[in-house]
Design a protein around this ligand. Structure first.
Ligand SMILES: Cc1ncc(COP(=O)(O)O)c(C=O)c1O
Length: 399
């Protein structure tokens, strides 16, 4: 199929279609478990002469199975280019280290994945790269935080764990007028729920470990690009300048598992979104639950923005019980849903953000971020919705 035709397919078709492998005609992507590749003298000369950039040399620089994953990620995110990485955090670090230099400034939402927050708040400051944390749902706060040296505006499409939705178009306009690159972490949403590049975002970083892989069996990440500000070969540049130097390539076997996961992204997510909406409505009416955060509920602060911006409301939700002890009691009592880190898999997983991912964030700051001590985060899996409701009701009764 011609690439233009493929790019115009709908998401489900793009996700399953893979051109057959040229050598074997296999319709499933082959796994190339090789750290080294034999040089071809002509190609070698082309590389030496600077006529050719990308070539199989050594596994840390790239691998044919990983290139297949990049191709599929490009398709489903609607990107012009993609760079695969060893993990979601590697995608975030490679894009920031690839873009920024000492003296640069970042404006970032104040609720992001905790390791992202820590990297910006602690590690990057060691390299004289400062970050101002603001509520990106408030465009005036973003405008006020921008400085002449601001290079990046960063937020999550659905923020972890409050499910906050940032309206993208006004921020992209504000950033691009000033030459600022907009980066979104699309992990919580996945390209089924949100495609930020279609809204003018320059780079999407993603933990493929979650909804993309979908089976809690592989760690991986991706940076996808469609940008009017960055050079066309930006990701190829940072493959060599940063990803190869930080030593964070995606392993061929993980690339293969993630490719396998992509094929069922649509069917998994449509079910996960449906079940998340059922659970959100159920919790909203539950006596032991004081608050539910789900973009699909009219009570969600950015429900209207979510409805404009997202084809569906996602498989993640958060609800609040009385306090930290009650939250722990609920999660310990669950039998079908599982008390575990991570998200996006076929099993429903739950965690307590205040005492797990956000433990290092001072209490006062957690309150500002709306992260209550009794908040429970749910990543909806593929279990039957009625069985999940029965499991949560039983656990909530124990409080
Ligand atoms: C929103 C978000 N971004 C990035 C990451 C990091 O992904 P990984 O664990 O694949 O490095 C996570 C992990 O939980 C996450 O929740």
């Amino acid at each position: 199929m011609k690439p233009e035709k493929r790019a115009n397919l709908r998401l489900d078709s793009k996700a399953v279609y893979l051109p057959p492998d040229e050598a074997s005609k296999s319709i499933s992507a082959p796994i190339f478990m090789s750290s080294s590749f034999q040089y071809d003298a002509d190609i070698y000369q082309q590389v030496v002469d600077g006529e050719r950039k990308s070539v199989n040399i050594y596994g840390r620089c790239g691998n044919p199975t990983e290139y297949q994953f990049e191709e599929q990620m490009m398709m489903i995110e609607g990107a012009d280019a993609c760079l695969a990485t060893a993990s979601g955090m590697a995608a975030i670090s490679v894009s920031l280290f690839g873009l920024l230099k000492a003296g640069d400034h970042i404006v970032c939402d104040w609720t992001t994945y905790s390791s992202t927050h820590e990297m910006l708040d602690h590690r990057l400051t060691d390299y004289n790269i400062e970050t101002t944390f603001v509520d990106t749902a408030n465009a005036d706060a973003v405008r006020a935080a921008i400085r002449p040296n601001t290079k990046v505006l960063y937020f999550e499409t659905i923020a972890n764990p409050t499910m906050k939705i940032t309206a993208i178009p006004p921020l992209v306009e504000m950033a691009h007028e000033r030459g600022i690159i907009v980066i979104c972490d699309n992990t919580f949403a996945s390209p089924y729920v949100m495609r930020p590049l279609e809204w003018g975002v320059d780079l999407v970083v993603e933990s493929a470990t979650k909804f993309i892989g979908g089976h809690s069996d592989a760690i991986g990440g991706a940076i996808c690009m469609k940008s009017t500000l960055l050079p066309e070969d930006f990701l190829e540049q940072i493959r060599w300048s940063t990803m190869v130097k930080l030593g964070s390539p995606l392993s061929p076997f993980n690339a293969w598992l993630l490719l396998r996961g992509i094929q069922t992204l649509g069917v998994r997510l449509s079910r996960q979104c449906e079940t998340a909406a059922i659970l959100a409505r159920h919790f909203e009416a539950h006596d032991a639950v004081s608050r539910v955060w789900y973009p699909g509920l009219a009570s969600h602060p950015q429900h209207e923005i979510a409805t404009r911006q997202m084809p569906s409301y996602g498989g993640m939700l958060t609800f609040e019980v009385e306090d930290a002890a009650a939250a722990l009691q609920v999660l310990n009592s669950l039998e079908l849903a599982c008390f575990a880190a991570s998200l996006g898999g076929v099993r429903t997983t739950t965690q307590i953000p205040a005492s797990m991912a956000f433990l290092d964030v001072p209490e006062e700051q957690r309150r500002e971020m709306n992260i209550a001590d009794g908040m429970i985060r749910v990543s909806t899996g593929l279990e039957d919705a009625d069985d999940l409701i029965a499991d949560f009701d039983m656990a909530l009764q124990s409080t």
